[in-house]
Design a protein around this ligand. Structure first.
Ligand code: HEC
Length: 428
């Protein structure tokens, strides 16, 4: 009885900070007064342990039957989903979770469907019909295995994140949907694409070669307005036992193609390809001479460097697992490699979750400096986690140093230092 009473007292004593913590995890732009449409709520009720789930792709070889492997993942990602609004909690089949702390910042979550701004599509990237710059906005989520780890990292938002909870378990799946303001007039593939409404940046000069900046004059976030966006790209990332001798992840992507026959738009996602390694040996020069990657299988494009796997909306000088390998805390290196191959090769090593990307070339002893292993924590390829940690730090580290299990954080003006290493802002 006494213990129960004590527990009750403790529960009440803990409750306010836990509630405040949860509100911090969810922080994002306000819903305008009078808004009648849907409003985004992140799913952050992480499970302590995973429930029963089947992972059908594990019975398929991603090398020998890449298309069948990708289809199995797509079916898994789509099953039971609310495909109109992507409310994860409405899925009766399987639980999926969001990463917290993606609301703040000029590119942070918008209030309608929780989309964050991604890389712009420069004129012509979608084809000759696209004459103006087009914004892209995305939403991503993790399956239950991923949710368990996210819960261990963030708790209920009332303590410093615990990065020792990583890596993600084999079977973890992350899914990302990329929507664009482009339409079938820009690219006939977008005809009949699934749509969502999202509060995106207002372009003062629509129709020209630049998109609305996310930060305007005076450093203030640009105005936003609700617009209808169309599905362009559907990404999957899977923690794979069989890829553990390379990076531990398989990345795959689909492009929406409305020219395909049939009435179901979700059957019109065409596989672009997949990759399980960065092909460290494949230099730009070798690729120009006709050498092809061996750790990518590509059906559409290629959209990645040296013919490596990448998405239609992604940075061409990079590749899926190359960019994601830069996920570390602090973010000591940019996500995208420079043009010159001798330095770019740092971004095309095959590292797994035990190793951090490390320093960029030119800092310390570059990307192979072992000092980085002590000062930098790997984020197991999750770039959403890297952005979330930056947003959390921006709100948490003010004028005093903050000590966390992964190191000491300090601020100097707009710069953030972790263990004395500057955390650069990630730019796509
Ligand atoms: C040049 C960098 C870059 C490239 C290339 C890239 N991504 Fe990402 N990706 C990001 C960033 C930044 C985020 C986090 C922000 C967001 O969600 O939009 C992200 C998020 C994701 C997520 C959500 C989970 C996570 O890791 O944060 C998935 C899944 C994903 N990407 C898959 C892919 C796939 C598949 C490819 C290749 C087809 C790809 N990405 C290529 C930068 C990149």
């Amino acid at each position: 009885m006494r213990i129960v009473a004590l527990l009750l007292v403790l529960a009440f004593a803990c409750a306010p900070s836990a509630v405040a913590g949860e509100a911090r995890l969810e922080r994002m732009e306000a819903t305008p007064k009078g808004w009648q449409g849907p409003v985004f709520a992140p799913r952050l009720d992480y499970p302590a342990l995973p429930g029963d789930d089947a992972y059908p792709w594990q019975a398929i070889s991603f090398r020998r039957e890449p298309e069948r492997y990708l289809r199995a993942l797509l079916d898994y990602a789509l099953e039971g989903q609310d495909r109109a609004h992507w409310r994860l909690a409405a899925n009766p089949v399987r639980r999926w979770y969001h990463v917290p702390w993606l609301g703040p910042g000029a590119n942070g979550r918008e209030f309608v469907h929780g989309l964050t701004r991604g890389r712009d599509l420069a004129p012509g990237e979608l084809g000759p019909g696209q004459t103006a710059c087009r914004q892209t906005w995305a939403i991503a989520f993790y399956n239950e295995l991923g949710g368990v780890i996210l819960g261990r990292i963030w708790g209920r938002g009332d303590r410093t994140p615990d990065l020792s909870a990583l890596p993600f378990a084999v079977g973890t799946v992350a899914v990302k949907l990329v929507f664009t303001e482009a339409s079938a007039a820009d690219d006939p593939r977008l005809a009949g694409a699934p749509e969502v409404e999202a509060n995106i940046h207002v372009d003062a000069r629509p129709g020209d070669s630049t998109c609305a900046p996310s930060v305007g004059a005076g450093g203030r976030a640009s105005a936003r307005t609700p617009r209808l966006l169309r599905l362009l790209q559907f990404d999957v990332a899977v923690r794979e036992e069989r890829a553990s001798y390379k990076t531990g992840w398989v990345y795959g992507s689909f492009v929406y193609d409305g020219r395909l026959p049939g009435a179901d738009p979700w059957a019109k996602l065409k596989p672009v390809g997949l990759m399980w390694g960065n092909d460290p040996q494949l230099s730009d020069e070798a690729a120009a001479r006709g050498a092809a990657p061996k750790q990518s299988i590509v059906f559409e494009g290629p959209f990645g460097r040296g013919g490596r796997m990448n998405g239609i909306a992604d940075e061409r000088s990079s590749a899926c697992s190359s960019c994601h390998m830069a996920a570390q805390w602090p973010t000591a290196a940019a996500m995208t490699p420079p043009a010159a191959w001798p330095v770019a090769r740092c971004w095309f090593r095959n590292l797994d979750a035990r190793y951090t990307f490390g320093f960029p070339p030119g800092v310390g002893r570059g990307c192979s400096d072992p000092a980085a292993l002590k000062k930098i924590s790997p984020l197991d390829f999750s770039l959403q986690l890297a952005i979330a940690l930056r947003n959390w730090s921006d709100e948490t580290v003010k004028d005093k140093a903050v000590r966390a299990p992964f190191g000491t954080m300090r601020r100097k003006g707009d710069q953030l230092f972790v263990n004395g290493i500057e955390s650069v802002r990630l730019k796509r």
